[in-house]
Write a protein that binds this ligand. Structure first.
Ligand SMILES: Cc1cc2nc3c(=O)[nH]c(=O)nc-3n(C[C@H](O)[C@H](O)[C@H](O)COP(=O)(O)OP(=O)(O)OC[C@H]3O[C@@H](n4cnc5c(N)ncnc54)[C@H](O)[C@@H]3O)c2cc1C
Length: 356
């Protein structure tokens, strides 16, 4: 963890993503005919946890997941032959870096409030709007941007060097800081017609599919980080002397550690359940919402417990354990907040505000 690159170093963030791609990390659960490894989501989960254990970097994990579920899978599932030819191989090798842009300054959880608009002209698609908190901006070569055409939510591939678009490197949030993040400003941005991804009006479904996958699998990598977190706390509890004995002898401490272990293993079970469902071509709407809700809340509680057990040393500015608290706070928001996961679960049970 002490080897984490300094936050804000976009080039370092890009190099780490490329290094992961060179190990084949972006090719799991993708057909070999499409350039993938032809293996399973279960393989993806174990590779991502191994990455988490070795990099201990929630920001890198966020960046990889934005690239995978925000761009690679939508292009696999909805891209034309020509779009797949143009982008897939380069995305799998991280020669191109991407992500997806849904959120706007005035609209996060509420997709109905998205305002970015697209006008279909004879010269091309004219896009105006503003996106915020977009992972992998500004290092992204392109983004899948969701906008309204004829008032219907749809997806478009926008390159960083298209006329009228700016990929900015701010604002950044205080969590997962080793991932780059920024705004997208679109002012009369003109793109060719063949950059529409999927059908007009298909945006809502595409967003839900991308977010379901992200919710299901982003914690595979974070489990690796939490595994380190737990081991560090156990080590500290055995070494730290209090009242003539080791700190962990106090039941108040050892019970916190037992809870951390239970949370970590429960996240593993949920993530693997999502992989099992995907590998059997089953829907993951409910399981991915349950996984994300449980995992984000568990990550936050375990991160608070870890810092607390380390005492004030855990709060030192450069202590990576303290950084994980902010990473966990961010994890309760990205890919849909905890409240939104509860709305989804309740709606699937036939109740709550999401039930129509
Ligand atoms: C690290 C990080 C990375 C991100 N990466 C991306 C990215 O790559 N692409 C992208 O498009 N976005 C990204 N986001 C944005 C993220 O998706 C939004 O922050 C999230 O959807 C919440 O939207 P909001 O921040 O506008 O909060 P709001 O939607 O305004 O919500 C504010 C609060 O109200 C609660 N709330 C909202 N609606 C309801 C409701 N109906 N019932 C109960 N409570 C509710 C929320 O849970 C939250 O606590 C990222 C965010 C973070 C922190």
């Amino acid at each position: 963890m002490t080897n984490l690159p300094p936050p804000g170093d976009a080039q370092a963030s890009k190099q780490r993503l490329i290094a992961c791609a060179q190990q084949g990390l972006l090719k799991h659960a993708i057909d070999s005919a499409k350039g993938g490894q032809g293996n399973t989501f279960a393989d993806l989960v174990s590779a991502h946890e191994a990455l988490g254990k070795s990099c201990l970097d929630s920001g890198l994990i966020l960046s990889i997941n934005a690239h995978l579920w925000g761009a690679i899978f939508p292009i696999l599932n909805y891209g034309t032959e020509q779009q797949q030819q143009s982008y897939l191989a380069k995305l799998l090798s991280a020669e191109l870096i991407a992500g997806h842009a849904i959120t706007e300054p005035q609209a996060g959880s509420d997709l109905n409030a998205l305002e970015t608009s697209v006008e279909n002209t004879t010269d091309g698609l004219l896009i105006n709007g503003h996106k915020r908190f977009i992972t992998n901006t500004p290092i992204a070569d392109f983004l899948v941007i969701y906008a309204r055409m004829d008032s219907k939510l749809s997806a478009f591939i926008i390159h960083a060097d298209d006329p009228g678009v700016q990929f900015l490197d701010n604002p950044e949030v205080n969590g997962c800081k080793t991932a780059t993040m920024g705004d997208i400003v679109l002012k009369n941005c003109l793109i060719p017609h063949d950059r529409q991804l999927g059908k007009t009006g298909g945006g809502n479904m595409m967003i839900q599919q991308a977010l379901e996958l992200e919710r299901a699998f982003i914690f595979a990598g974070i489990c690796g980080v939490m595994d380190w977190q737990l081991k560090e706390v156990i080590k500290f509890s055995r070494q730290r002397r209090v009242n003539g004995s080791h700190l962990g002898k106090n039941q108040a401490i050892s019970h916190k550690i037992a809870d951390m272990k239970l949370r970590l293993d429960t996240i593993r079970i949920w993530v693997n359940e999502c992989a099992r469902l995907k590998d059997n071509n089953k829907r993951i709407t409910l399981a991915s919402a349950q996984t994300k809700l449980f995992a984000a809340e568990a990550f936050l509680q375990s991160s608070l417990d870890a810092v607390h057990i380390l005492g004030s040393a855990g709060l030192l500015n450069d202590n990576p354990m303290a950084m994980l608290v902010n990473d966990a706070l961010a994890s309760r928001l990205f890919s849909g907040s905890s409240e939104i996961q509860k709305n989804i679960i309740a709606a699937l049970l036939g109740t709550g505000e999401g039930y129509k």
